[in-house]
Design a binder for this molecule. Structure first.
Ligand SMILES: Nc1ncnc2c1ncn2[C@@H]1O[C@H](COP(=O)(O)OP(=O)(O)OP(=O)(O)O)[C@@H](O)[C@H]1O
Ligand code: SF4
Ligand SMILES: [Mg+2]
Length: 342
């Protein structure tokens, strides 16, 4: 079953001095129940803008969002009707989901559905804390009394209280140290598998996404440029942008290759290049690239590049060996790779 459907979504901002910024320029994406979809791309490519719209926090300029079969009406976070609690969002800063002035107990109880009454509510509260690896004692404390990793686990417990069908996690471990990252990532994964929750996992960290996502979508300047099952996308990326990102993941080997760093800066979404938006940075650009490519089906995935078949024929479809690592290791290295490419 499809838990989340993002249909032709556009997000534009009016920004002083920049004119109109089209942060999301027509995105289609689906997340099924029990599936982890990774959304990756450099800083400023529109990931959080898409996440906020998908969560109903802001209205899209165009397009629509469905949770299951129900269209989402954007309402802001605090006034969410019961139907919208089927989708929960986890932010980079757990402060986005936890109120600093209220105890953990009162915040978790708030999320537990009203049809659970009396001692069943308290039992559920204890279960939730246990589920995220926190002691029962945590309920009496305030968010600032916990470490960053513990706060993120409590934010996950708060999200789970409502029994969501879909979780959108926007850089949920970026601010955490390596061991806290590993705990939060394994927790999220176990929830997806055991509770059949769909997870849209947004990250700079391609190596981490490689580790956990079933499917990955690569975003560039407001558009998805490639989408495929993660293993295939990482082993044989087809879009030149995806290939550059994957090549920039540090290789764990005795003779590591130097990352093939992307040329140039990420363009400003207020001044998108004509034709293919990746053209100014693409070593394969030709005259045809002056017209905009559409995301189209290729065997095993979707790619937005006029020359994908020619590039594959020119270079041979060489499989890249992606450094696979356990989620117990730091994801910081992956971030450096992405930043180096900006
Ligand atoms: N409220 C806003 N008003 C004006 N411009 C905005 C607003 N929010 C985001 N933008 C612009 O939209 C573009 C996309 O921003 P967004 O935060 O969605 O990117 P991102 O991919 O999440 O980046 P990061 O990886 O740094 O979190 C950027 O150019 C940003 O400056
Ligand atoms: S369409 Fe052209 S410029 Fe764009 S990614 Fe493909 S080859 Fe490069
Ligand atoms: Mg962001």
């Amino acid at each position: 079953m499809t838990a989340l459907t993002i249909e032709q979504v556009e997000v534009s901002y009016r920004a002083r001095g920049r004119g109109s910024v089209r942060a999301v320029a027509g995105v289609d994406l689906q997340v099924a129940a029990g599936e982890v979809v990774g959304l990756v791309g450099e800083s400023g490519c529109g990931k959080s803008s898409l996440a906020r719209v998908a969560a109903g926090l802001t209205a899209p300029t165009a397009g629509r969002i469905l949770i299951g079969d129900t269209p989402v009406a954007p309402v802001g976070w605090r006034r969410r009707p019961a139907a919208l609690t089927r989708l929960q969002m986890i932010f980079q800063d757990p402060g986005g989901s936890l109120n600093p002035r209220r105890t953990i107990e009162s915040q978790l109880l708030d999320g537990i559905p009203a049809d659970l009454t009396g001692s069943a509510r308290t039992e559920r509260l204890v279960q939730l804390l246990e589920r995220v690896g926190m002691s029962d004692d945590a309920r009496r404390h305030y968010p600032h009394q916990f470490s960053g990793g513990q706060r993120q686990r409590l934010a996950i417990a708060r999200a789970l209280a409502t029994e969501p069908e879909i979780i959108i996690a926007d850089e949920p471990v970026t601010a955490l140290d390596a061991s806290a990252q590993a705990q939060v990532v394994s927790l999220l994964l176990s929830l997806v598998r055991e509770l059949d929750v769909g997870l849209l996992f947004i990250s700079h960290d391609l190596a981490l996404v490689h580790e956990i996502a079933d499917r990955t979508a690569v975003m560039y300047l407001g558009k998805i440029v490639e989408q495929a099952p993660t293993r295939a996308l990482m082993a044989a990326p087809r879009h030149p942008y995806t290939r550059a990102l994957v090549e920039a993941i540090p290789q764990i080997s005795a003779h590591p290759n130097l990352p093939n760093v992307l040329r140039g800066e990420v363009p400003d979404p207020a001044q998108v290049p004509s034709g293919c938006r990746f053209r100014p940075r693409c070593a394969h650009a030709r005259a045809i690239c002056l017209t905009e490519p559409q995301l189209r089906e290729v065997p095993g995935g979707l790619v937005s590049c006029h020359r994908v078949e020619e590039i594959a024929a020119e270079n041979g479809v060489t499989e890249l060996s992606v450094a696979k690592r356990s989620v117990t290791e730091s994801s910081v290295t992956g971030e450096i790779a992405m930043e180096a490419s900006e």
